[in-house]
Design a protein around this ligand. Sequence first.
Ligand code: TXA
Ligand code: MG
Length: 322
Amino acid sequence: MATDSRQTEVLYPDGTGLARAAGLLRAGELVAFPTETVYGLGGDARNDDAIAGIFRAKGRPRFNPLIVHVADIDGAAAIARLNDDARRLAEAFWPGPLTLVLARRRDARLCHRVSAGLETVAIRVPAHPVARELLRAFGGPVGAPSANPSGKVSPTRAEHVLGELGGRISAVVDAGPSTVGIESSIVALSPEPTLLRPGGLAPDAIEACLGRALRRPAPHQAGKAAPESPGQLASHYAPRAALRLNATRARPGEALLGFGPVACALNLSRRGDLAEAAANLFHALRELDRRGVARIAVSPIPDRGLGAAINDRLRRAAAPRV
Ligand code: TXA
Ligand code: MG
């Protein structure tokens, strides 16, 4: 098991590096790896000690289940039951930035801790070629939350992982920046298709595939009943700086995080492209933290397409910290 006293190995995403990464996973060690959305912190989803180590390394509450990553639909069908809607979505969008919450099979070879003892399990087939190669080399399900300390901004580069979890995990596979840059969209299929977390796949694409609208649970409020997705607490994805949203200009003492052709400290996308803004978002928040900015004002971001996920993360980053 990874301990704080060891150095984290940085692995290159070639045959040798991925064989080493797969060997470490087999030995119950923790390995961070790139996906197209964000970097994940992987452990063998069948190994209770490895999964316990992930919760420990992140400081993650035990009630918050992990996403299980598999290489293909067959890998998903071995651990969960896919109804017609699930199959339709999986065939259309896997591999890709979509996570499905499905009924866990009784005979699934998964430890219970990975899904926090729930009867459902969240599953994703990532599209990043390095993630796919690692899953193939390992040959089993990999439990992987985003590779950041609980409550902090997700990592989109290996150096983000090293900066915050270095010394607490065995290795990180470095394959450069994640291209989508925002976590997967999470859809629960039962009793009806529900968008638990907007993410890297635009909600309208999911709805077009299903032929009907997604249910959207009301935002969770502190002190109220448990949220439908255990991770959807109001304050999350927080940088150190305080945020003010929908700002047309910076007030004294603020740095403007821009969108579109505006004068600002950093721009998410000068040409107003939502995919580019999503890819830049988490690095930009970290960069403003690095510059020691105390207050960030953020330009308005349209709520269409990937804008829904960007605004969701910004609202959580701006929420009172718990
Ligand atoms: O893009 C992503 O999804 C990244 C990459 C690494 O795959 N992973 C990621 O994992 O964002 P994490 O742990 O940061 O977020 C997983 C979310 C949490 O909000 C958790 O509550 C939810 O998935 N989740 C996991 N299992 C669930 C279940 N059985 N029912 C409802 N929500 C679940
Ligand atoms: Mg996360």
